[in-house]
Design a protein around this ligand. Structure first.
Ligand code: CTP
Length: 400
């Protein structure tokens, strides 16, 4: 079930450049099964069109107190809008709107909705850095918070003015994460960052050939889906895979080789809380990658191989506070080998994949797993879907 299923969200858009991102915000909320209606200030229509927003939200978009219907103007009922919503989300909120909200001004439909709404309000400010740093704005934010509104932080970075600093509206994924945790305050992985490696790696022989394996990425993608369902923000570093899953809380990094995977892991590992290595990283790579396609007639009976980098061992060596989980694919002495791997790679848990069952392991949608803890306690599970396996794995991780 989606985390925003059936939630009624009224999105208020005001006239700042960040308004151009709001179609993505609407799409992300709708993807999570929220019902979205949009109220725009007249100024925001210079940055994003009502047609885009009504198409994505599948609801009419309102921006004025009345709507023309031939000779009979209709009243756009701000009271009804405020009563309909479970949450009023104002994003982006300009400095001008923050000030108007504080003063209780009512000269556009969105401000009237805010004043009459009884539901909680989340505000995502966006403006240039000096406007954001101005004491008037800081005071307005404090006052709005003192009225019980949740005011989100802003991001730092490039601003439309060409300057760089604090003032950018939070990324869509972050805003959605706030909305999700607002509606689901008890999610077990709320505010947790989860890093997952998935899929195979391809080690190039020449521009057209590679050494690879049959891993599909299914297990890693299933883990990502379950972690997101529990409220986590997930970075999924995937080798070549046909699997598809998109979600506002998912950041997917596509890689090809073991070296690429390590580089991506190095970028995201430090800030993660939980890391799971589900990738089937190739163990060897050609010593040299031929710059041109190797020709048959020249013959190449053998390829010199060298070991690839062990991505999981890197994570084990550089652990700060992460809970680190690996996988082990064994064909003999399964438990002993998996336990040895757990110790060798400095893990908190390892998932043993059995290849004893034809329906378990590579490429198939099902798996048969045993979760082994660092104290060598084991939990074995029957054959089940990879999504169910992912649930079992997180049940164990939550006990760590
Ligand atoms: N792993 C990794 N980088 C590698 C090899 C493995 O990150 N170069 C990770 C896998 O993602 C998995 C764990 O290490 O979580 C164990 O992988 P596995 O292939 O079972 O073991 P290996 O370490 O490769 O050892 P062996 O092939 O000897 O069993």
């Amino acid at each position: 079930m989606s985390l925003l299923s059936g939630k009624k969200i009224l999105l208020g858009i005001t006239g700042g450049i960040a308004a151009y991102i709001t179609p993505l915000l609407v799409r992300a909320l709708v993807q999570q099964a929220a019902e979205v209606r949009v109220v725009m200030t007249p100024a925001s229509k210079d940055f994003v069109t009502p047609l885009t927003l009504s198409t994505l939200s599948k609801n009419p978009v309102l921006s004025t107190f009345t709507a023309e219907d031939q000779d009979n103007p209709l009243w756009n009922d701000h009271v009804e809008l405020g009563q309909w919503a479970d949450l009023l989300l104002i994003a982006p909120a300009t400095a001008n709107t923050l000030s108007s909200l504080v003063q209780g001004r009512c000269n556009n439909l969105l401000l009237a909705v805010y004043l009459s709404a009884k539901c909680p309000v989340i505000v995502a400010p966006a403006m240039d850095l000096d406007m954001y740093a101005h004491p008037s704005t800081s005071n307005n934010i404090k006052t709005l918070q003192s009225y019980g509104n949740q005011v989100l932080d802003v991001d730092e970075g490039f601003l439309a003015s060409g300057l760089e600093g604090k003032g950018r509206m939070l990324e869509v994924e972050e805003i959605v994460a706030h909305v999700v945790s607002f509606f689901n305050p008890k999610l077990p992985l709320k505010n947790q960052k989860v890093l997952i490696t998935a899929g195979p790696t391809y080690e190039a022989i020449d521009p057209v050939r590679f050494i690879g394996n049959h891993a599909s990425g299914k297990m890693g993608f299933a883990l990502a889906e379950v972690a997101i369902g529990m409220g986590a923000a997930v970075t999924l570093i995937s080798g070549p895979s046909a699997e598809k899953y998109s979600h506002p809380s998912l950041h997917q990094v596509n890689v090809v080789s073991a070296d690429d995977m390590l580089a991506a892991v190095q970028e995201f590992y430090d800030t993660s809380d939980i890391a799971i290595a589900a990738a089937a990283v190739a163990d060897f790579k050609p010593q040299k990658i031929a710059s041109q396609k190797l020709k048959k007639e020249e013959g190449f009976e053998s390829i010199s191989l060298v070991p690839t980098v062990d991505v999981l061992s890197y994570m084990g060596k550089h652990k700060n506070n992460q809970k680190l989980i690996g996988f082990a694919l064994e064909t003999e002495n399964e438990l002993e080998n998996a336990q040895a791997k757990l110790k060798r790679k400095n893990l908190d848990g390892i998932v043993l994949n059995s290849l004893q069952d034809a329906a378990a392991g590579f490429s198939v949608p099902t798996n048969k797993i045993t979760f082994i803890h660092a104290d060598l306690r084991t939990h074995s599970y029957p054959l089940q879907s990879k999504l169910d396996c992912a649930h079992r794995i997180f049940e164990q991780i939550l006990t760590l």
